[in-house]
Design a protein around this ligand. Structure first.
Ligand code: VG1
Ligand code: CO
Length: 542
């Protein structure tokens, strides 16, 4: 029943990137997915007889991919496979299942916030037994394996009915199709005061959550509507569609502009929110007030104790390096450590496992806690709702209070998407080469005080990660960071992160572009963005 078939080596997921992401057409090539899945399993030790969690964000090719993953997993000795019904599992829900049921790991089919459909992207990532993204050591081993692999093992069996709940024996193992929402909803109920949130929603508070036709629809309907009593029209685009309805499921101010417009309109909802393709990101816009992800992290960390799951306080706060320093001020006030990590959730895993950090976040709209080992979009929205219910203030008032107390970190990220890789690499290399000479130099009246390429020493496992982003710190305050994206599927994306701290409440109400105008201009000049990329302006600003 188990077949061993020949395959051809290829270059799989590059270490340092979150999963293998390619165009659907690439994944549809014969043996492409098989090759990668077998390469992962070849690098695992001790999986025999163990449990594997499998699910995805419902995008095009999700169902086909799941059949392949399951059959290869069984042929490689896994004893039990837990699958979300319909092939659906959000990334945080999969992380929870791995932890709750003591699984050996999980395979999540998703290209996260990248577009889907036959001409869109597909992706696959492996999560380890702590529920978090595979550590660098494993992704490096898998990468090497993809270049050497010659054969894969697969069970010769009929397809599984993914829509029928229940257990069934298949070949040497057991398949269980489970409800994708049940366990996740229980986890959320254990962390938040559902009675209080229900009270808020019944008091006339209006919530609009856009699932963007991606994975969070069923989760949002169950939690917001069925359990918390929000009106049915609180959830927009609540059915997962293979092409996400043609939309781009990245909940930023460009793709979710309709939510921004709604929140800014007179008599708009009190809270507009959204999540991405696989449910790990969050967008928070209060009536008249967009909350930057960096501010959201700081506010959630400072108020987490208002939710029952965090009543004991937070052990520490972690943020990725490009995320603004707003959370640093909160950690300082709380008297706990602040950890600054490279971009990507996997770096938070060790801190969470060791109990060093409780709340983590990234500027890219990812926030989470030690309840799972992934960022979690609905969790962030529920924590906001819990805080709003306890404090009885609007989102805008909470943000204003926060700035008055801690100061405001003006912040923006400017993305130059799909530029030529050669130019982007040359830009970063030129900056890197110039690092020793930059400190002391002045540009347009601003002096560079410090320039470096961010490196991280993991305090838990002692590993070192280098070249994680060029940082320029200015004597007058303010920071510019340059790094290349690791999640795009065509060309390169240059991300430029700009930040300036403003302690004076009288100066905290400028719009971001105005407050950062000088740094924005400098960011283009210092790196020679137009010269290296041919671009005069970014494609997305968030
Ligand atoms: C982006 C974000 C990063 C995030 C990663 C995965 O990476 O900047 O903060 O962790 O996506 O998010 P990059 O390398 O393109 O900047 V997701 O929602 O794809 O799991
Ligand atoms: Co995501």
């Amino acid at each position: 029943m188990i077949q061993t078939l020949a395959t051809t080596p290829f270059e799989g997921q590059r270490p340092g990137t979150s999963g293998l992401r390619k165009k659907v057409k690439v994944f549809q090539q014969p043996r492409y997915l098989e090759n990668f899945v077998q390469s992962i399993f070849d690098c695992l030790e001790g999986a025999h007889g163990q449990t594997l969690v499998v699910g995805g964000d419902g995008r095009f090719f999700n169902r086909e991919a799941i059949q392949i993953v399951v059959k290869i997993a069984l042929a490689n000795g896994f004893g039990r496979i837990l699958i979300g019904r319909g092939g659906i599992l959000s990334t945080p829900a999969a992380s929870n299942l791995i932890r709750k049921y003591g699984a050996f790991g999980g395979v999540i089919l998703s290209a996260s916030h990248n577009p889907g459909g036959p001409d869109g992207d597909f992706g696959i990532k492996y999560n380890a037994s702590n529920g978090g993204p595979a550590p660098e050591k494993l992704t490096e081993a898998v990468f090497a394996r993809t270049k050497a692999i010659k054969e894969y093992r697969i069970l010769d069996a009929p397809d599984i009915d993914l829509d029928r709940l229940g257990a069934l024996g298949l070949g040497p193992g057991l398949i269980e199709v489970i409800d994708p929402v049940d366990d996740y909803a229980l986890l959320m109920q254990s962390l938040f005061d559902f009675d209080k949130i229900r009270g808020l929603l019944q008091s006339g508070f209006r919530l609009r959550f856009d699932a963007m036709s991606a994975v969070t629809g069923p989760y949002a309907k169950r939690i917001f509507v069925d359990l918390l009593g929000a009106s049915a029209d609180s959830v927009l685009n609540g059915t997962p569609l293979p092409d996400f309805g043609g939309h781009h499921p990245d909940p930023n101010l460009v793709n979710a502009k309709h939510l921004l417009d709604l929140a800014m309109s007179k008599d708009g909802p009190d809270l507009c929110a959204a999540s991405d393709g696989d449910g790990d990101r969050n967008l928070i816009i209060g009536a008249g007030r967009y909350v930057t992800p960096s501010d959201s992290l700081a506010i959630l960390a400072g108020n987490a104790h208002l939710a029952p799951g965090y009543a004991r306080g937070v052990a520490g706060v972690a943020r990725s390096m490009p995320t603004s320093a707003a959370a640093d001020k909160v950690a300082e006030r709380l008297g706990v450590n602040l950890y600054e990590t490279p971009t990507g959730w996997k770096f938070f895993g060790n801190l969470l496992d060791a109990g060093l950090a409780t709340i983590c976040g990234e500027e890219s709209a990812g926030t989470g806690s030690d309840h799972v080992r992934e960022k979690d979009g609905l969790w962030a929205i529920l924590l906001w709702l819990n805080i709003l219910a306890v404090r009885g203030q609007s989102v805008a008032a909470i943000v204003a209070d926060h700035w008055a107390e801690y100061g405001r970190n003006y912040y923006c990220r400017r993305d130059y998407e799909e530029v030529e890789a050669e130019g982007a690499n040359a830009l970063v290399q030129a900056l890197r080469d110039a690092l020793p000479e930059l400190p002391g130099k002045s540009f347009g009246g601003l002096k560079i005080a410090k320039a470096d390429d961010f490196a991280y020493h993991d305090p838990v496992d002692g590993s070192d990660t280098t070249q994680q982003g060029i940082r320029l710190l200015f004597s007058e305050g303010g920071r510019i960071v340059y790094r290349l994206s690791g999640t795009g599927t065509s060309g390169a994306t240059l991300r430029v992160y700009i930040e300036r701290y403003e302690p004076d409440p009288a100066k905290q109400n400028l719009d971001t572009e105005t407050a950062l105008a000088d740094l924005i201009a400098l960011s283009q000049e210092i790196a020679g963005i137009a010269h290296y990329t041919g671009r005069l302006a970014p494609s997305v600003v968030t």
